[in-house]
Design a protein around this ligand. Structure first.
Ligand code: MEV
Length: 331
């Protein structure tokens, strides 16, 4: 095989972002927006990464390492991925990696995790590495930590690789970070995502803002994370009962806590207020915060009205469902 293509979904947090980095549970669902990656073997010792969204980066293979990185540094993480595979699986070939993502970048919908998962799957196919999706976490977690500014839960890796709705908890297993997960079944809720288009690099909130709050106000942050934990348990039950009214109320509560922790953004608040005014059952930000996306839970038939309300703020609205398939091969 000389080339292989794969795709992986972005994600939405129904609840638990940030708290999940500190060992609390979260509920995350794959979104029906995907990133695509095609990997080609090439002659010579060059690794090229070509991204529709970011541009181009190139590097050289030297013995067992990748050196002389040039081009867009947002793409250097793919060299880290290839280098890791070179070390673990003795790969030596030159490569061209082509990426395109329908998941908006730096929006809180896990575009970087979706592209990395798609890249790992396409390289897995190309070199017949037989890495199971369940083990993607071990490969991608160190890269996620780097992208998120030194800390990460890894929940997005789990969701992008496995798909569906999952309850996730990060655990420490003999000094190694692992994920405890519970599959939460299939649900076909109507979701309207509002993309504020305010770019929100997760490293700023995960790597800087929340740690600074924890240093200055440890008791307050712990209390708010405990409240999020309790919301998570309640959303799990409401999901079992398919009680969208209760889920709506609970995600509103979660949003208030994220706001109190300084993680919202005026444009996110604007979208949330308009969505709730237009009849959304609940609305919250998703992901790192400080911009990016929010989502609203809509009654069936009310999606268009809520989308228009979100668009009235200048944001882009996406009507969708969540809980789709994880990483997979493409034809
Ligand atoms: C970022 O999209 C989600 C966070 O919870 C970070 C993480 O889980 O690694 C803020």
């Amino acid at each position: 095989m000389d080339s292989a293509k794969a795709s992986a979904p972005g994600n939405l947090f129904l609840t638990g972002e940030h708290a999940v980095v500190y060992g609390k549970p979260a509920i995350i669902a794959a979104v029906n927006k995907r990133a695509y990656c095609t990997s080609f073997k090439s002659k010579g010792n060059t690794i090229s990464v070509i991204s529709r969204e970011f541009g181009i980066a190139k590097a050289k293979i030297k013995e067992n390492n990748i050196v002389n990185h040039e081009g867009k540094n947002e793409l250097f993480v793919f060299f880290d991925l290839v280098e890791m595979l070179m070390h673990k699986h003795d790969i030596r070939d030159g490569l061209e990696i082509r990426i395109e993502s329908d998941v908006p970048v730096e929006s809180g919908l896990s575009s970087s995790t979706a592209t990395l998962s798609a890249a790992l799957y396409s390289l897995n196919l190309l070199f017949d590495l037989r890495i199971k999706k369940e083990n993607f976490f071990d490969y991608l977690y160190p890269l996620q930590v780097k992208i998120h500014g030194g800390k990460a839960s890894g929940s997005e890796i789990f969701s992008s690789s496995i798909g569906g709705y999952n309850k996730i908890q990060k655990i420490d297993c003999e000094g190694k970070t692992k994920i405890n997960s519970k599959e939460l079944g299939k649900h076909s809720f109507s979701i309207v995502i509002g993309n504020t288009k305010v770019r929100a690099p997760t490293a700023l909130t995960v790597g800087m803002h929340v740690p600074s709050l924890m240093r200055r106000f440890p008791n307050m942050v712990e209390k708010e994370f405990e409240k999020i934990e309790s919301i998570c348990e309640k959303i799990e039950k409401a999901l079992e009962a398919e009680d969208i009214y209760r889920i709506g109320k609970l995600i509103n509560k979660n949003q208030k806590i994220l706001s109190k922790l300084g993680l919202s953004h005026p444009k996110i608040d604007d979208c949330i207020n308009e969505a709730l005014h237009a009849g959304a059952l609940g609305a919250k930000l998703s992901g790192g915060g400080w911009g990016g996306v929010m989502f609203a839970l809509a009654k069936r038939g009310e999606e268009e009205k809520i989308a228009k309300a979100i668009e009235s703020t200048g944001a882009e609205a996406i009507i969708t469902t969540i809980g789709g398939e994880g990483v997979k091969a493409c034809d």
